[in-house]
Design a protein around this ligand. Structure first.
Ligand code: HEC
Length: 131
């Protein structure tokens, strides 16, 4: 009888320890950004093209202001030729990378993810083709 009670206590203690360890491990992992843990695996930089990669990033983050007929600051980024002028004069990369002396973009929002910035840079460095 006593040994049965003793065993139950041990099992309860083990259960609590296992739970505490599990919760602390899972919560510490939860707070780590996937990008920081797996920098290569999380960011697929293959086949970076204007239509497949760059345009969707601009659509979700920029074109609400820089699209249409009355774009913010008259800067139109929803049209390839206009966008290309901002690539060539350095203002696109300057603003999204938050370089000094450029207005940081997207305006009043968090900086683009490291992965999206890498993709944009790859596209710019390859000559920003209309592909
Ligand atoms: C909420 C509206 C808004 C959003 C979203 C936005 N912009 Fe802008 N952008 C502006 C305004 C307004 C200006 C004029 C400068 C200023 O007010 O900071 C500007 C300026 C710029 C400039 C010129 C910066 C310079 O210093 O020469 C570029 C390039 C630019 N934006 C690109 C982008 C890109 C790329 C994105 C998306 C990643 C983006 N913007 C998102 C409103 C916006």
């Amino acid at each position: 009888m006593t040994s049965l009670i003793f065993n139950k206590k041990i099992i309860n203690t083990i259960t609590i320890i296992v739970l505490v360890v599990f919760v602390s491990i899972s919560s510490s992992c939860y707070n780590d950004a996937e990008e920081l843990l797996y920098p290569q695996a999380a960011c697929d930089t293959s086949n970076v093209t204007y239509n497949r990669i760059v345009l969707p990033i601009l659509s979700s983050n920029c074109l609400s202001c820089h699209g249409g007929n009355t774009p913010s600051s008259s800067i139109r980024l929803d049209d390839y030729l206009s966008l290309k002028t901002y690539v060539d004069n350095g203002r696109l990369w300057g603003s999204v990378s938050h370089a000094a002396s450029y207005s940081p973009m997207p305006k009043n929002a968090t900086k683009l993810s490291t992965c999206n910035l890498r993709k944009i840079k790859i596209w710019i460095d390859s000559g920003a083709p209309n592909n």
